[in-house]
Design a protein around this ligand. Sequence first.
Ligand SMILES: Cc1ncc(COP(=O)(O)O)c(C=O)c1O
Length: 374
Amino acid sequence: MLQRIHRPGILSLALGLPAASLFPSSGLAQAAARVMAEEPLALQYRPTLEPLRRQVVALMAQRGVTCAPEQVFLTAGGQQGMSLLTRLLLDPGGTVLLEDRVYSGFQQVLDPFQPKRLTVPTHPETGIDVDAVQALLERGERPALLYTMSDGHNPLGVSMPLKSRERLVALAREHRLPIIEDDAYGLLQYEPHTLPALRGLEDRWVYYVGSFSKVLAPALRVGWVVVPEAMVGRLATVKEASDIDTTTFAQRVVLAFLESGGLPAHLEQLRAGYRERRDTMLSALERHLAPRGAKWTKPACGMFVWVEFPSSVDTTALLGRALEEVQVAFLPGQAFSVAGGRSASHGLRLNFSHAEPAVIEEAVARLGQVLARS
Ligand SMILES: Cc1ncc(COP(=O)(O)O)c(C=O)c1O
């Protein structure tokens, strides 16, 4: 199926890609030129880049997080951050706690450990079911970690309400439960009032994972984690064992870009562009899919809209038809189910950041045509 999604001519709302037209290419080019001209050791093996850790501390304030540079560890993207944290927290065959619809990349991180995967329900409007987490912990389950996203959830697009955040971190504290908070999309906020990340509410048990992939460019492979200082040395040891000190050149470019003061204006532009695409998608859904019984929620953050159909619609089968009949791609709910579960089989995820608004409109209209023929 994946190969068919990538065929030329397909209108794709499938992957979580940023809009290439919104990359800050000239700012990054200038930053790279400056690094090469001014830093004789830019291409040398280097230890961690202290000034970038300080820039990350400043950025974290936008997520309601107060932290120190010593608690920031730079990684080759958020994916590596999650992978390194998992290596520290989870033993082979251990137990993990997940939402029943989860970013497939985290499942890939888990696969080599062959863990027991406990799941709790997650809702498109309210996110992780904290009552279910509590019930599980109270019946004596002791997972090695809980993985969740507080904002711009992938695939649901949901941002957790404040009460859920507060209750979840209180449970983590009480039960000494490590939470990996994946905040890959947390800086892409479209509404005026934003809530603090979980790490802003709890600094001992929440291990925060951030990334420049969605706000600058994924090819830079620069991300970070915020953890208690005592964990930083252990993270450095496992990272060094796997890839020495990647991605220090890209880190320098990111640092030079941030020091030039380019980020605030770029973030504003990105938020405006993605807000427009989101709204285009929501109004297209209203016109073309609402008449087919589809329901969705308006994401305040991130890159995705989760759409649910009546249970008679199997979205994996729908994808096959959409590809063949109207050349449109999306990701079916099944792609996010934990360990082959079927809980998401009548839902699907649409990405609104990558395609131009006119393409979004056309792709959703075509999906409506396929459903009309069902
Ligand atoms: C939820 C989520 N977490 C993490 C990542 C990985 O991002 P990075 O490029 O920072 O490794 C992605 C990428 O799509 C993602 O969707």
